[in-house]
Design a protein around this ligand. Structure first.
Ligand code: DX5
Ligand code: ZN
Length: 219
């Protein structure tokens, strides 16, 4: 069970210090938004390259951008240890996933709430993680979408059938109130933005999330 705090809810004027606050986490989740694929604009490759150099923990890049076939490999080459592209935006997802792995990163595909998993199950051999969005991508601090738990279960079952080490990540509205249900459904990597950076003590928020997830680990 792994925790990946999202720096979207961090202080963008002090990102190096904000990364240090979450050094007990497994990953630092970096939300890249282009103002086209989602109606919000955050940071891009030059900032991510700078973050790789100072982060005490590996970066988990979540690319909410158009044309990931063109842009995503650059994030792997920059040193992100996991790179997630949105399946809705990818032209040739199999080739892209292979390129990400060849560049030394884990390769992951993300599904928006309205996107079904079944048509993409055949991509599993080329993937290291599937991200099930539990809010509409674009903004932090939104309410968790309970109706996505069925998809988490479905992805988990497909991963078990397929074998190998493929992780199931949830992102959006994950907190001490919702993480247990995500873990029960089969998620094993948990992104949390406001639940970690909104807490007085980020380290203890991370500990608490991990404790709750561990208790509900899916068999
Ligand atoms: C939303 C982003 C999330 C966001 C989660 O598009 O992908 O990573 O930071 O924020 P919370 O945990 O506050 O819902
Ligand atoms: Zn994200």
């Amino acid at each position: 069970m792994q925790i990946s705090p999202s720096i979207l809810s961090a202080d963008f004027a002090n990102l190096e210090a904000e990364l240090k606050r979450i050094s007990d986490a497994d990953w630092a989740h970096v939300d890249v938004m282009d103002g086209h694929f989602v109606p919000n604009l955050t940071i891009g490759l030059p900032v991510v390259e700078a973050l790789v150099k100072v982060s005490p923990i590996p970066l988990d890049a979540h690319l909410m951008i158009d044309d990931p076939d063109r842009w995503a490999p650059g994030y792997a080459e920059a040193g992100c240890r996991s790179v997630t592209f949105h399946i809705e935006a990818a032209a040739d997802p199999r080739r892209l996933a292979r390129e990400l792995r060849a560049a030394g990163s884990r390769a992951a595909m993300a599904l928006k709430p309205g996107t079904a998993f079944a048509p993409y199950e055949e991509l599993l051999p080329d993937l290291d993680m599937v991200l099930v969005m539990t809010v509409e991508p674009g903004f932090g601090g939104q309410s968790f979408m309970e109706d996505q738990l069925g998809k988490v279960r479905q992805v988990h079952e497909a991963v078990v059938r397929h074998g190998g080490e493929i992780w199931v990540q949830v992102d959006g509205g994950v907190s001490a109130e919702t993480i247990e249900r995500c873990a029960d459904a089969g998620a094993d990597v948990f992104v949390a933005g406001s639940a970690v950076y909104g807490a007085d003590d980020a380290a203890s928020a991370i500990d608490e999330l991990r404790r709750l997830a561990d208790r509900h680990q899916h068999p």
